[in-house]
Design a protein around this ligand. Sequence first.
Ligand SMILES: NC(=O)c1ccc[n+]([C@@H]2O[C@H](COP(=O)([O-])OP(=O)(O)OC[C@H]3O[C@@H](n4cnc5c(N)ncnc54)[C@H](OP(=O)(O)O)[C@@H]3O)[C@@H](O)[C@H]2O)c1
Length: 269
Amino acid sequence: MSSYLVLGASRGIGLEFVNTLSKKADNKVFAVVRTPESATQLHSLASKRSNVFTVKGDLDFVESLKAAATEVAGHTGGKLDVLILNGVRMASQYAGLTLDKFPDPQTLEEDLVAGFRSNTVGAAHAINAFLPLLRAGAKKQILAITSCVGDIDFVRGTEVGTNTAYTASKAALNMVATQFAVALKPEGFTVLSISPGYVNTFTEDPNDFASIPEPVKQLTATFKKVAPGFDGNPRTPAVAVSMVLDVLNRSGPEQSGSFLSQYGNKEWV
Ligand SMILES: NC(=O)c1ccc[n+]([C@@H]2O[C@H](COP(=O)([O-])OP(=O)(O)OC[C@H]3O[C@@H](n4cnc5c(N)ncnc54)[C@H](OP(=O)(O)O)[C@@H]3O)[C@@H](O)[C@H]2O)c1
């Protein structure tokens, strides 16, 4: 039996982590969401799987993460094997602007700080909140779901200079994960940042690539500049999650601190 916690599990890739991991009946999967009452897809899954536990927790509020850790500890005897940090503040109303086009310095600061707070600081708080449980667990794995747009060479190649609150906070998340990896190395932890690649979380039917919003298609078309063989299509969450878990399962403390793609290397698309 292994215990997993997926932080940011109401929909998209996070929900798919819960679905995939809870298919194994002897896994315990804790799905942390900021508003359990509106997480309808998760409720529907949890109603069919007795090994899925819904817990309230928000990356923006450290006290809620500590409360979530206390609740999980009550179910597991104080242990957790794997922490998956998936939740994200993806975009804001300023996502389409390059840094030189923001209306004023205060708006720029607020947008960057909001991204950093959820995606970077929130991840650090979450790791610290669950660390006592992870230390008592058998696997000692921490997985930060990051993005290829947190890779400097990828962004240089695609030449997309927008949505900095997201890209910069993911680049910083990668470093936070590496810093935890260094700090926890003597204890045998494996801490990884893994990008899932381009994943269709934009349409109700994950196989309906045709209905992906045009701005997403335009953005991802730039991926061809760094990956000429890219066909323009995303993966489904199910395929992406299986690839990411495969990388995690193949990794150990010797890989700890790495920032990897869904292939386990630096091939991002
Ligand atoms: N989709 C892609 O192509 C792609 C590519 C690269 C990387 N990723 C990464 O994969 C992860 C999942 O992406 P996705 O496409 O599945 O995103 P998504 O569909 O937008 O889902 C985002 C999830 O994060 C949760 N969340 C937002 N703010 C939160 C907070 N403050 N505290 C806790 N949870 C919060 C959301 O919960 P609510 O329902 O409460 O809003 C939701 O469950 C992210 O880390 C993203 O950066 C995705």
